[in-house]
Ligand binder design. Structure first.
Ligand code: AMP
Length: 215
């Protein structure tokens, strides 16, 4: 099952992708997580990406396409993958199409997690992140309930960067919706509610929502 989780920043893509990974045992490929790991390790790519990410802009397309090309070449993607945060621009989507054709794969579904802008701002501003597993928690949470780590605020979850991320999403990423809709690939999922409410909607969208155990 080859999936794309699509949606604005703060729509819950990462959370739902991680749950799909747990359920179907296919890799969750988050370009944001890949870039954050590069920043943390201080690689040349990380050094280039860090200031761009901190202000909420996009890392150049050629770099992102290179990252995905390498990642999709890994053998763990043989039975499927969940893309989260890529593609984010039309040139990225076009390059991904060429790459998928090259490797003989295609998307089964694009799941669009729909959340309106005021709700996104509310979620992102003050959101806290676990430095160990990257899971996010509501403002005011101090400790990760899973591993006890002290939560941090991502630099790009600060107010100015949040505003920029949403603006860049609307201008550069929203056009992808029509790009995939024109091929009949998009399933729209209401992204407001609790994580437990939203997950069954996502399962239904990917055709695994029958309620049958291990479906
Ligand atoms: P995310 O965790 O998906 O919100 O990504 C965090 C940041 O990484 C974004 O705000 C961008 O600066 C950068 N990034 C992640 N994926 C991409 C992409 N496909 N294209 C450009 N920049 C990206």
């Amino acid at each position: 099952m080859n999936l794309l989780l699509y949606g604005p920043p703060g729509s819950g893509k990462g959370t739902q992708a991680a749950m799909l990974h747990d359920r179907f045992d296919i890799p969750h490929i988050s370009t944001g997580d890949i870039l954050r790991a590069e920043v943390k390790s201080g690689t040349p790519l990380g050094k280039q990406a860090q200031p761009i990410m901190a202000r909420g802009d996009y890392v150049p397309d050629d770099i992102m396409i290179g990252i995905i090309r390498n990642r999709l070449a890994q053998p763990d993607t043989a039975n499927g993958f969940i893309l989260d945060g890529f593609p984010r621009t039309i040139p990225q989507a076009e390059a991904l199409d060429r790459l998928l054709t090259e490797i003989g794969k295609e998307f089964d579904r694009v799941v669009y997690l729909k959340v309106e802008t005021p709700e996104l701002v509310k979620r992102l501003a003050g959101r806290m992140t676990c430095p160990v597993d990257q899971k996010t928690y509501p403002p005011g949470t101090t400790t990760c309930p899973t591993d006890g780590a002290a939560l941090i605020q991502r630099e790009d979850d600060k107010p100015e960067a949040v505003k920029q991320r949403i603006e860049v999403y609307l201008s550069k990423t929203l056009p992808l919706l029509d790009y995939y809709r024109s091929r009949g690939l998009v399933s729209e999922v209401e992204g407001v509610g609790t994580i437990e409410e939203i997950h069954p909607r996502v399962l239904k969208a990917v055709g695994r929502g029958s309620g049958v155990a291990n479906s």
